[in-house]
Design a protein around this ligand. Structure first.
Ligand SMILES: Cc1ncc(COP(=O)(O)O)c(C=O)c1O
Length: 440
């Protein structure tokens, strides 16, 4: 159906146009409000215009000299985001996604534990240990492996009935590792877990980090955009006590992919941990103040400009525009949960904390049963079968997954504030129709 191979000679303009049209035709329309499959969706016109402009200017944001507007703009946006978190916050970097930002936070935590590792490596060191919850994003394990700490040295702490890390289990875990000669260095707490949208109890976790002198990183990749909403900001309480935090404007705030910001309290640590001082870029005798060059506090060299689309959206709507967007999404999720509770063909997995609503579709023979988990084997197949029919039909796209003891369930998430109550009804009706057709 699609002409993938590339050849020695180029094709005609007509053929290229057909290929472009087919690329659009066969791609998933993630800007559609019924794309509720992932933690990114929607298509903001200001964001798209911003993306197009930076692509047209093709800037690389490492020196003031080649990107004067974008380096200053990054600095302004990072300063404002820091101010929104707390008075002690001072610096930040744009990252190619939340996973990478979490990885860089691990790198900072290790540097904070021992600065000499930057030069000498890890071979003389004890087993460094990281802690995060069993419902946290997998990137902590990936990057623990990547930087030589090892996946097995990430301890996954038990969560409660709605998905929040249990602080007493965290302290037990830290104590246990200390008894076995491990060296705890970092706790990654999550504000808005990927599947259930849970918010870890930050203040209690921060106390433990102070007691054991651990770096506290907050993965607010999904939940952090709530910082704009006066109605919901309190969910982030305690974030100011952390050492670093990631917020992904490309998730909740619907900034086009990708836009992710790692913020830190310590003004100097990004530069101290990452700098190499390459003299072909960061000459010591520049004609301007070298501190205007952000490049050396990054791990990357050449870097795409991710700030402009975010800044343009912010400028166009104001902070109040982002607040309205967040509040509308929270209202839609509240209505979604109410409908799931009201309809006999659906069952809520656990109480909603955020925009994520997790639910099962129950075939008729499971409805009214007290404990549907006794029928886990049958229930596990339901979401996968309905999803197959859903994608073939093509009207909506919604994700599913298993989690801990729970068999496959659907997860509703939205970042497109065009989605209203009628759309929620449509989505649930559509799943019910597909379910009825499969389980007659
Ligand atoms: C809580 C959390 N952290 C980190 C990430 C990774 O972010 P990214 O997809 O931008 O790498 C995700 C992705 O869904 C997430 O849900």
């Amino acid at each position: 159906m699609f002409d993938f191979p590339v050849e020695q000679n180029g094709v005609t303009q007509e053929k290229l146009l057909t290929l472009i049209k087919n690329t659009i035709k066969f791609s998933v329309k993630t800007g559609h409000r019924y794309f509720v499959n992932q933690l990114f969706s929607g298509l903001d016109p200001y964001g798209l215009a911003g993306q197009w402009l930076t692509d047209a200017l093709n800037a690389s944001v490492y020196t003031y000299e080649v990107a004067p507007i974008f380096t200053l703009m990054e600095s302004a946006v990072i300063t404002e985001m820091c101010r929104m978190i707390g008075p002690e916050w001072n610096d930040g970097i744009f990252c190619p996604g939340g996973s990478m930002a979490n990885g860089i936070a691990i790198h900072l935590a290790r540097f904070n534990y021992n600065k000499s590792i930057k030069k000498t490596g890890m071979f003389q060191h004890s087993r460094l240990m990281l802690f995060t919850s069993e419902e946290a994003h997998y990137s902590t394990q990936k990057f623990a492996s990547f930087i030589g700490i090892g996946e097995d040295n990430v301890i996954l702490i038990e969560t409660d009935e709605v998905g929040r890390m249990l602080p007493n289990r965290l302290e037990e875990g830290i104590q246990e590792q200390l008894d076995f000669g491990g060296v705890p260095i970092l706790v990654v707490a999550t504000l808005g877990t990927t599947v259930r949208g849970a918010f870890d109890p930050l203040n209690e976790i921060a106390e433990i980090c102070v007691k054991y002198r651990l770096w506290l990183h907050v993965d607010a990749a999904w939940g952090g955009g709530i910082i704009f909403s006066q109605r919901h900001r309190s969910k982030l309480n305690g974030i100011e006590r952390a050492n670093s935090a990631v917020i992904n404007p490309h998730k909740l705030l619907a900034v086009p992919q990708q836009c992710s910001i790692l913020l830190v309290k310590d003004k100097n640590i990004l530069h101290a941990c990452h700098s190499k001082g390459a003299e072909y870029l960061f000459q010591k005798d520049k004609y301007y103040d070298q501190s205007y060059d952000p490049g050396d506090k990054y791990l990357q060299c050449g870097r795409k400009c991710d700030v402009f689309k975010f800044w343009l959206m912010w400028k166009a709507k104001g902070s109040s525009g982002f607040a309205k967007h967040v509040d509308a999404l929270m209202d839609a999720a509240e209505y979604f949960e109410e409908q799931v509770l009201a309809r006999p063909e659906f069952r809520l997995v656990s109480k909603r904390q955020y925009i994520n609503v997790c639910f099962w579709y129950l075939p008729r023979y499971l409805r009214g049963k007290k404990d549907v988990l006794e029928h886990s084997i049958q229930l596990h197949k339901v979401a996968a079968q309905i999803k197959g029919a859903m994608v073939k039909h093509g009207a909506i796209m919604l994700g599913y997954q298993p989690l801990k003891q729970f068999p496959n369930f659907f997860r509703f998430v939205a970042q497109n504030s065009a989605l209203g109550r009628k759309d929620v009804d449509f989505i649930l009706d559509h799943i019910a129709d597909l379910g009825r057709a499969i389980y007659k």
